[in-house]
Design a protein around this ligand. Structure first.
Ligand code: GLU
Length: 315
């Protein structure tokens, strides 16, 4: 735990104005369209919700908007895979290093032996992690993931956005290629289509900024829900997830984000960002227009500015 404080009263005073200023950054971004259904999101939307360990909250902008978790879900499937299999078994199948490549790149799978994914937050790693979730059938595995996410969100009735799921299942040929490559390398066992259905389903779980902030609050509490006192994740697994969020949570802008905001974070192609100040608060942001590195243009701008003003950086 750090001695950082949320100081939401102070945040509330400038949040609405800062959000509108950050919203302008969306103009330079693009909404993701490689999953066709995602392209329907509003280009200019921007919302934020902050929730501290006392249960105090602050929000602004389009914080009621629903969006799919996409890569943000990878943090929590990693944690569930760690709970299901233990640390040694997980790291036999995925590495611990950033790639410097795109999230959906296959390059290093072929170039760097023994062909295991570099980390669990790139697609190759997350698909491998999906295959490690316990359950007798793909449906049972997906149901366990959804149930785990609901518990982390304080009981929010999260569900899969079926239109986004179908859209990705129908067009996800690059992910299919990655999965077949992993089978060939002996990293992935079983049916590619079944593993992909689990992976696409958790990427398509729909949430709001409040849900993200609530889930992030559990990480801020080192695995214990600060609001109920219940331990939901072993502290060690939060430590692992948090480290990956710092080193590769913001794609190839993770170093820059660590310097400018200094917070563990994970973004997704839907424009969501989940971040937190350890020991103090959880934050959920959405802004669908993405910058060249694949992170929400307006969202990154807002979080960096907030963190600098509030001195939230861990470093
Ligand atoms: N479901 C997305 C994909 O596999 C997740 C990508 C992301 O959010 O980075 O392409």
């Amino acid at each position: 735990m750090t001695n950082k404080e949320a100081r939401l009263e102070e945040v509330r005073q400038f949040l609405p104005q800062w959000l509108e200023e950050s919203r302008k950054e969306a103009a330079s971004g693009e909404v993701a369209s490689y999953i066709p259904e995602l392209s329907k999101a509003s280009h200019t939307a921007l919302g934020i919700h902050l929730l501290d360990i006392q249960g105090d909250s602050a929000s602004a902008g389009d914080c009621g908007m629903s969006f799919t978790l996409q890569s943000i879900s990878k943090v929590f499937t990693l944690i569930l895979a760690l709970i299901d299999n233990g640390e040694d078994a997980v790291f036999e199948r995925v590495g611990m290093e950033p790639t410097g490549d795109n999230f959906n790149s296959m390059l290093k799978l072929e170039l760097v032996r023994p062909g295991i994914p570099f980390n669990p937050l790139i697609n190759a790693g997350a698909i491998t992690i999906s295959s490690m979730i316990k359950g007798a059938t793909p449906e049972e595995k997906s149901a366990r993931i959804l149930d785990f996410f609901r518990r982390l969100s304080g009981g929010s009735p999260l569900k899969v956005n079926e239109a986004v799921y179908r859209s990705e299942f129908e067009t996800g040929n690059l992910n299919r290629s990655i999965a077949y490559f992993l089978v060939e390398n002996g990293v992935l066992n079983g049916s590619v289509e079944e593993v992909l259905s689990i992976y696409f389903r958790h990427c398509s779980i729909e949430a709001t900024c409040r849900d993200l902030a609530r889930m992030a609050l559990i990480l801020a509490g080192d695995g214990t829900d600060p609001l109920s006192g219940e331990n939901l994740i072993p502290r060690r697994y939060v430590q692992i997830a948090k480290t990956f969020m710092i080193t590769c949570g913001m794609y190839n802008a993770s170093g820059e984000f660590a310097i400018k905001a200094g917070l563990p974070a994970k973004s997704g192609v839907s424009g969501g960002i989940l971040t937190f100040v350890p020991g103090a608060l959880g934050i959920g942001v959405v802004g669908p227009a993405l910058n060249a590195k694949g992170n929400s243009s307006a969202g990154v701008h807002l979080i960096e500015r907030l963190s600098q003003r509030m001195d939230w950086s861990l470093f």
